[in-house]
Design a protein around this ligand. Structure first.
Ligand SMILES: O=C(COP(=O)(O)O)[C@H](O)[C@H](O)COP(=O)(O)O
Length: 306
C-alpha cells in the first residue's frame, strides 16, 4: 500500500471512530484528505488517476452514512477537469482548497447572521457540539451581548462536554444539563440553537439524537428554534425522493458489556429527524431562511440537475 493511501485510510478511520466529528469538520477533513491523496498518486495515465481518486473518494464516503456534508464535499472536489493527468490533479486540488475556504467563510457569515437574533440578556440552549451553532453564540458574545448558555450532555458520546469546554474557554456563562432536563429548563430559554447534519428538501432537520425532542419542547413552550447550517448540509438526494440514512452506532457506546445480557438489545441511532414545522429559521451563509425554502437552496446552490 502506498504512503498516500495509508494517510487517506487514517483520515477515514478518524472520521469513522469520531476522532474527527461534526458535519463541517468531517467535510473539510475529507476534502483535504482527497486532495493530499490525489497529489501523491503515481499514475501512468489520466484514466489510472481517475480510478485511484474514485477509490479514495469511496473509502471516505463509506465512513459516516448520515452526514451529507461529506458527500457534498467529495462531489465538489470530484468535479475536477483536465485534459491530462497534471491538469486534472491541480484542478482537483483547487476544488478541495476552495471548498475548505468557502466552508470556513460560511461559518463566519452564519455567525454574523445568527447573532443578530440574540439580544442582551438572552438564554440559549444548544445540543451536541456544533461548530456552526457555537459560531453564532460566540459572535453574539464577542459583540458584547450578555448571554447565558445551557448545554446538554448529548449522550451517549457526551459531545456536550466539548461544547462546555469551548464556551468556558471563551468566558461564556454556561450551565450543563442532562439531556432529559430540557423540558425542565425550556421556559428559561429564549433560543434553541443547534447545528445540522442534513437539511432535507422539505426543510426537515437531521441532527444529533435528542434534537427532535428538544424541538418539541421548544415548540410547546413557544421558544424560538434556530438551525445553523451551511448550504452544503442540504441534501440533493432528498429532492430525488431518497430518505436520509440514520447511522446506528455500536451498542457498547450506550452500555459497555451489553453482550453479557442475554435478553437485552441496545438501540443506538446517532441522529433523529426534526420536522420543518418546529423550525423557526435556518441560518445559512446566504441568509436566514425559512425551512420551506430548502428545495430552492438545493436546486440553486448545489447545482443539482434533475
Ligand atoms: O450532530 C452533530 C454532530 O454529530 P457527531 O458528533 O455524531 O458527528 C452536530 O450537531 C452536527 O454535525 C453539526 O455540527 P457542525 O455545525 O460542527 O457541522
Amino acid at each position: 500500500m502506498t504512503r498516500s493511501m495509508e494517510e487517506l485510510l487514517e483520515t477515514a478511520e478518524k472520521i469513522r471512530t469520531m476522532e474527527i466529528r461534526g458535519a463541517a469538520l468531517i467535510a473539510r477533513a475529507a476534502a483535504s484528505a482527497l486532495k493530499e491523496f490525489a497529489l501523491s498518486i503515481e499514475a501512468a495515465s489520466l484514466e489510472e488517476f481517475n480510478g485511484e481518486v474514485r477509490r479514495g473518494a469511496e473509502i471516505l464516503l463509506d465512513t459516516r452514512p448520515t452526514a451529507v456534508s461529506l458527500s457534498n464535499a467529495i462531489r465538489t472536489v470530484m468535479r475536477y477537469r483536465g485534459d491530462d493527468l497534471e491538469a486534472a490533479r491541480s484542478s482537483l486540488a483547487k476544488n478541495a482548497d476552495s471548498f475548505v475556504e468557502r466552508s470556513l467563510m460560511a461559518v463566519e457569515r452564519i455567525g454574523e447572521i445568527g447573532s443578530r437574533r440574540i439580544l442582551d440578556g438572552d438564554v440559549i440552549l444548544t445540543h451536541c457540539n456544533s461548530s456552526v451553532a457555537l459560531a453564532i453564540i460566540k459572535t453574539a458574545f464577542d459583540a458584547g451581548k450578555d448571554i447565558r448558555v445551557i448545554a446538554t450532555e448529548s449522550r451517549p458520546r457526551y459531545q456536550g462536554h466539548l461544547t462546555i469546554k469551548a464556551l468556558d474557554g471563551w468566558g461564556i456563562d454556561t450551565e450543563l444539563v442532562v439531556d432529559s432536563a430540557v423540558r425542565s429548563v425550556i421556559n428559561e430559554v429564549d433560543h434553541v440553537i443547534v447545528g445540522a447534519d442534513v437539511i432535507t428538501a422539505n426543510g426537515s432537520l437531521v441532527n444529533k439524537i435528542g434534537t427532535a425532542a428538544i424541538a418539541l419542547a421548544a415548540h410547546e413552550a413557544r421558544t424560538s428554534f434556530v438551525v445553523a447550517a451551511e448550504t452544503y448540509k442540504f441534501s440533493p438526494e432528498t429532492i430525488m425522493g431518497e430518505l436520509v440514512p440514520i447511522e446506528e452506532r455500536s451498542p457498547e457506546e450506550v452500555y459497555p458489556g451489553i453482550s453479557k445480557l442475554a435478553h437485552v438489545r441496545v438501540r443506538n441511532p446517532a441522529f433523529d429527524v426534526t420536522p420543518h414545522r418546529y423550525i423557526d429559521v435556518i441560518c445559512t451563509e446566504i441568509g436566514a431562511i425559512p425551512p420551506e425554502m430548502s428545495y430552492l437552496v438545493i436546486k440553486e446552490m448545489l447545482g443539482w440537475e434533475l
